[in-house]
Design a protein around this ligand. Structure first.
Ligand code: GDP
Ligand code: IMO
Ligand code: MG
Length: 432
């Protein structure tokens, strides 16, 4: 009986959706704690592919209950579309999905502002998903945001909307007609409300009750540690705290309630959007990783930049999340690639830097220092026992463990739940 945080330990898209779906078999509740519909979590089961953006990945496991925590920014339109999509696939939502009344909402003007800022920044753009995430979190912190509880009351919603439109008018007038925008928001709200209103709960009360009852709970992060607004590769980050510490704030529990933190990493590195990426490969190996790994964004369809495993950034993630265990995904994508490289440090202006640096000017000019390991020819997909993995694959995993100072507890070699080796059985049994 325990509370487990599942966090991305690179730049997102590590395979959190698959891992949460796998672990949700023995969980009671699955709760998202930050981010919004910038996330794209893919779950493949029964031969079908599902991409979830807002709803926790546990919804695909029959009978499990899911909560969208207060740290998530919710675009009501995106939520309604996702609910319709899931119901269309025969997945029951009623009585299984709950949304915190303290979630801040994303409105069309947040999307406009996201796009405007990206366009104006030109070469310095972040490469956001353009879903309005940054502007919605900015409103929250500036104390002008609109929360789910406010959205339910027409009088209050109108009042807050008016105030926001007025404040943002000088910017918004450049891209749209305010009267039309206001009408569109109010008309859409009328259609969204009947679908959303019964799902809204005081989640801090609900979640604390669940945790004190000793239920098995998964706290699902979106994005990854290097996209964290405080601990990531700032400013090329998202606007929330995917790190494990964000889970307490994002759902309203205390740190004493977290029992274990699990980091998800890919066997190599990928990144979508702009920003420094020391191990990026702009050669045929990068192309191969992209094609074999099907590295295209689950939310925007953009090709993901690919490169070698970077132990310095994962060691940073181990540190700031307090990780002891990792799930290593996509090992199968490395089958047949020989030799393999792992970045163990950076060279910056002639100096050796072992750890991920905070300074943006430094990280941008960091050149990777690699060690080389022998690859393997055998197919790893379908292997069910750790001992049956090729010797060199085991060496690769063990090298990563010693470089990042955390244990690989689960290895994934395919998209479906069955294509997984669970080394630490206590993890999936919530026995910790
Ligand atoms: P998330 O955002 O962390 O949930 O990850 P995404 O769903 O955006 O991207 C991960 C992609 O890798 C998805 O298409 C998964 O189906 C796929 N995937 C996950 N684990 C494995 C694996 O072990 N091997 C392969 N080949 N694909 C995987
Ligand atoms: P999941 O949960 C990968 C990236 C964007 C951009 C930066 C800021 O699927 O791992 P934003 O729209 O959040 O303001 O964009 O963050 N980004 C992600 N990259 N996986 C994600 O989510 C991401 N969500 C945002 O590409 O670089
Ligand atoms: Mg993703």
């Amino acid at each position: 009986m325990a509370t487990l945080v599942v966090v991305g330990a690179q730049w997102g898209d590590e395979g959190k959706g698959k891992v949460v779906h796998l672990l949700s078999e023995k969980a009671d509740y699955i709760i998202r704690y930050q981010g919004g519909n910038n996330a794209g979590h893919t779950v493949v089961f029964n031969g079908q592919e599902f991409v979830l953006h807002l709803v926790p990945s546990g919804i695909l496991e029959p009978g499990k209950k899911c909560i969208i925590g207060s740290g998530v920014v919710v675009d009501p339109q995106a939520l309604v579309e996702e609910i319709r999509f899931l119901e269309g696939k025969g997945i029951k939502i009623e009585g299984r999905l709950f949304i915190s009344d303290a979630c801040h909402i994303i409105l069309p003007y947040h999307r406009w502002m996201d796009q405007l800022r990206e366009t104006q920044q030109g070469k310095r753009r972040i490469g956001t998903t353009r879903k309005g995430i940054g502007p919605a979190y900015a409103d929250k912190v500036a104390r002008v945001g609109i929360r789910m509880a406010d959205f339910l009351s027409l009088r209050l919603f109108r009042e807050l909307l008016e105030r926001n439109l007025k404040e943002k008018a000088p910017l918004l007038r450049k891209v749209c007609k305010l009267s039309e925008l206001r009408r569109e928001i109010l008309e859409k709200r009328k259609k969204q409300l009947p679908i959303i209103k019964d799902l809204v709960v005081d989640s801090a009360i609900m979640i604390n009750r669940i945790v004190s009852q000793g239920r098995n709970v998964i706290l699902e992060s979106a994005q990854g540690t290097l996209l964290d607004v405080d601990y990531g590769s700032y400013p090329y980050v998202t606007s929330s705290n995917p790190v494990a510490g964000g889970a307490c704030v994002g759902i309203g529990i205390g740190p004493t309630q977290i029992d274990r933190v699990l980091g998800v990493v890919k066997a190599y590195t990928t990144r979508v959007g702009e920003g420094p990426f020391p191990t990026e490969l702009s050669n045929s190996i990068g192309k191969l990783l992209q094609e074999k790994g099907k590295e295209f964004g689950a939310t925007t369809g953009r090709p993901r930049r690919c490169g070698w495993f970077d132990a310095s950034i994962v060691r940073h993630a181990v540190r700031v999340n307090g990780l002891k265990s990792l799930v290593l995904t996509k090992l199968d994508v490395l089958d047949g690639i020989d030799p393999l490289k792992i970045c163990v440090a950076y060279r910056y202006r002639g100096k050796l830097i072992r750890e991920f640096p905070t300074g943006r000017e430094i990280f941008k000019d960091c050149k990777p220092v690699y060690i080389e390991l022998k690859g393997w020819k055998e197919k790893t997909k379908g292997i069910q026992k750790f001992n049956l993995l090729p010797q060199n694959a085991k060496r690769y995993l063990s090298k990563i463990e010693s470089l990042v100072q955390a244990k690989v507890s689960i290895v994934s070699m395919g998209r479906s739940r069955e294509e997984t080796i669970v080394i630490d059985k206590d993890l999936i049994d919530f026995n910790f």
